[in-house]
Design a protein around this ligand. Structure first.
Ligand SMILES: [Zn+2]
Length: 218
């Protein structure tokens, strides 16, 4: 199974990816996790990516494509399949991904667009607290850490990321749709797009995806 998840921050891509992995074994691959791994390993790509992330800017196409290309060539991916999250984010990246998939003889099943109103996402994301060390995310209401302000996994202090303040969330959603609308068009034209209403609970999102894949894959 080779899938792409497209959707603004907070729409539920991570949760859906985990559910798809549990049911189909497809490995969730997020651009965020790849960036963190490269930054931690202090590779040249990681150092370049960090400069942009530190300024709250998107990592440029060339750097992102290079990292993804490296990741998808890992031999285990052929067996597991993947669920991409956060990539491709531009038409240039979508074209580069098509080339990678062609090279590797992987057939894309669907690009899934998860859609929900901005107000609903702001409500979900406000209250998030993140660990700057391991990347774990908590929520003051739905997933509080065991000890106030301390990460359960690595004991590091937790912060409300600049990114998780309501005005920043709205701006990220706006930027997301502005940059990603052409990517959705791209997959719509190739007939690979599956639109899903992600404004309800994760189970509803998951069932729509399973139904959509089943109906359209046979
Ligand atoms: Zn942590």
């Amino acid at each position: 199974m080779f899938l792409i998840l497209i959707g603004p921050p907070g729409v539920g891509k991570g949760t859906l990816g985990a559910a798809l992995e549990a049911k189909y074994g497809a490995l969730p691959i997020s651009s965020g996790a790849i960036f963190r791994a490269e930054i931690e390993a202090q590779t040249d790509l990681g150092r370049m990516a960090k400069r942009y992330i530190d300024h709250g800017e998107l990592v440029p196409n060339g750097v992102t494509i290079e990292m993804m290309n490296k990741r998808l060539r890992d031999p285990s991916i052929r067996k597991s399949g993947f669920v991409l999250d956060g990539f491709p984010r531009t038409v240039r990246q979508a074209e580069a991904l098509d080339e990678m998939l062609f090279d590797l003889s992987f057939g894309l099943d669907k690009a899934i667009s998860l859609e929900a109103p901005a107000d609903l996402i702001v409500g979900r994301l406000a209250g998030r607290i993140g660990c700057t060390r391991c990347g774990e995310i908590y929520h003051s209401v739905t997933k509080p850490p065991k000890r106030d302000g301390i990460c359960d996994r690595c004991n590091s202090p937790l912060f409300i990321r600049e990114d998780d303040k309501p005005e920043s969330i709205r701006e990220r959603i706006r930027v997301f749709w502005e940059t990603t609308a052409p990517v959705i068009d791209y997959y719509s034209k190739t007939g690979s797009l599956l639109k899903v209403d992600a404004s309800h609970d994760p189970a509803s999102t998951f069932h729509q995806v399973v139904a959509g894949l089943h109906l359209e894959s046979k």
